[in-house]
Design a protein around this ligand. Sequence first.
Ligand SMILES: [Zn+2]
Length: 217
Amino acid sequence: MFIGHFAVGFAAKRVAPRASLGVLMAAPTLLDLLWPIFLALGWEQVRIDPGNTAVSPLDFVSYPISHSLLTACGWGALFALVYWLMTHYGRGAAVIALGVVSHWVLDFVTHRPDMPLYPGGSRVGLGLWNSIAGTLAVELAMYALGVWLYVSMTHARDRTGRLSLLAFLAVSLLLYMGAMFGGPPPNTRTLMMSAFTGWLVPFWAWWFDRHREVRAV
Ligand SMILES: [Zn+2]
C-alpha cells in the first residue's frame, strides 16, 4: 500500500491532535522508511519482477526486519517509547505505536502472501494488489477520508499552511498514479533511491502542520 498509509497519518491527527502530523505520518510509513536502509545494507532483498501482482512489479524476496508482524510491533513500541520520553503525551505515543503496526496490517491486505509473521516465519497476504480497480478504490477512499478528517479539524494559519498542504496532496497523488501506471523501475538501485525519498514525507507533513492549527471544538 502507498497513500493508504498516508491516510492513517492524516486520520491520526483526529485522535492525537497535540502530536505533530510529522510524527503521525512517520509512524504508519516507518516500515517503508526503514526498508531502503536494510536493502542498502544487504540485509533485505527485493527483485524487479513485472507482473508479480497486477499492481506491483516487485518481488519482496526477503524483508523480515522491516516488514514482519513481530518486528513491526517492536518498531512501534520503540518509536512510541522514544516519543513518550520526549513529550510525555501518552495518547500520542499510543497512536504512534498503533500507526506503525497499521502498516503491517494494510500491507498484509494488499500484498500477495509475502508478509512474514516473524523473521523466518510463515508469510501471509490477502492480495488486494491482484486487482488494480480494487486497490485504487480502497486506497483512494481511504485517502479521501483521512485527508477530510485532517482538513476538517485544522485550519491554515497562513498561506504556507494552505498551499504546502495542497502541494503535498497533489504530489502524493501524482506519485501514486506514477507507481500504479508508470511501469517498473529500471533497476533495484533506482528503486532503493526512490524509496529513500519517502523520508521527505514526514518532514513535509511536519512543515505544513506547523502552519495550521487545530480548530477549537
Ligand atoms: Zn510496506
